[in-house]
Design a protein around this ligand. Structure first.
Ligand SMILES: O=C(O)CCC(=O)C(=O)O
Length: 337
């Protein structure tokens, strides 16, 4: 039996077509305010109780906080994932019978935090393969391009390239030198069709894991920019870890080339797997040995990059403050967009 509540409304055929054609769709006012409040409470708690991995990934810029697998220790987020409406939308978009939860991730940029999210494709650093994968991005504050609303390159999920994974702090361990270099999109914006939206809490972005996306820092002087991403997988997804993919620090029973399985990737639809749900009754910490091993691997990867003469600097992208805000009092753009 499924305990995941039915959404207020299912996605229309047009919205599903837009998702498949553009690689992203924004659904206005989709999330009931109660779920938004629960997620907000969860993200606030996650900010106060950052994991070791999160602290490491957020260490370089003041005002920036990113963390993953929050639901393993934050009950509000576990409940939103297990019992919220999200898995039903993922099922529709992926055209999948089974829906598993892959992981969650928070992105917080306090007012004035100059921390762009570089353009990237998610799938190029995930330890999974398949077509039936989707991500949701849920803002908890109003966002515009200037306050770090996400931007997408329309249709880029259909491009043949697989780009080097550039994370906000240029984590060396996931940069696969065999992959293509990401073009400097902001330096040549006329070559790309960029999509972005003015969003409010309650709105949601749904996007394909190969669609190029990124965001500016938060140029707003007073408004925070907090967001939660939820990642979902379907029937055709297999576990495909390599040395250059994001490590999984939690227990699971997936085997290479087989489907995702076990408590790290719980089945939500068509029905919960009772043993997976029971495994997450109490808060869980990542396996210390695995975290240590990935810290070491990251250190070795950055040393290797250095000895080969590759500087993270070379992979840097042009991210300048959006022109529209220069000289504007912060906040005034929202009225005129
Ligand atoms: O919120 C951001 O700036 C980044 C979000 C993102 O890259 C993602 O959800 O995949």
């Amino acid at each position: 039996m499924s305990f995941s509540v039915m959404p207020n409304r299912i996605l229309t055929t047009e919205e599903i077509t837009r998702y498949h054609e553009d690689g992203v769709v924004m659904i206005k006012g989709a999330i009931d305010p109660n779920w938004v409040k629960l997620i907000e409470a969860g993200v606030e708690r996650a900010r106060d109780e950052m994991s070791m991995v999160g602290r490491f990934m957020s260490r370089k810029t003041r005002g920036y906080q990113m963390d993953i697998f929050l639901w393993k220790r934050i009950d509000e987020l576990r409940d939103a994932i297990y019992y919220g409406p999200f898995a039903h939308w993922a099922q529709q978009l992926m055209g999948s019978n089974e829906v598993r939860f892959f992981y969650d991730q928070m992105f917080v940029k306090e007012p004035g935090t100059d921390a762009p999210t570089p353009w990237h494709q998610d799938l190029s650093f995930w330890p999974i393969r398949g077509e039936q994968i989707t991500s949701f991005w849920i803002p908890l504050d109003p966002v515009t391009r200037e306050s770090s609303g996400l931007m997408y390159v329309r249709g880029s999920h259909r491009w043949p390239q697989r780009f080097k994974a550039i994370s906000p702090d240029y984590v060396a361990a996931i940069i696969d030198e065999k992959m293509d270099d990401i073009p400097d999109i902001n330096a040549n914006p006329e070559r790309y069709e960029l999509l972005d939206w003015v969003m409010e809490p309650g709105d949601i972005l749904m996007f394909h894991p190969l669609t190029l996306h990124g965001s500016h820092g938060n140029m707003h002087r007073t408004r925070r920019r907090r967001a939660l991403a939820l990642r979902w997988t379907g029937d055709d997804v297999v576990y495909a870890p390599t040395r250059k993919r994001m490590p999984i620090h939690y227990r699971h029973s997936s085997t290479v080339g087989g489907g995702l399985q076990g408590a790290a990737f719980p089945r939500i639809l068509p029905a919960h797997e009772p043993t997976e749900r029971l495994a997450r009754r109490l808060p869980e910490s990542p396996a210390f040995g695995r975290v240590l091993a990935s810290g070491w691997h990251n250190f070795m990867s950055s040393m290797t990059m250095k000895t080969r003469g590759i500087q993270a600097q070379q992979l840097k992208q042009t991210w300048t403050q959006p022109k529209a805000l220069s000289g504007d009092p912060a906040g005034s753009r929202e009225q005129i967009r």
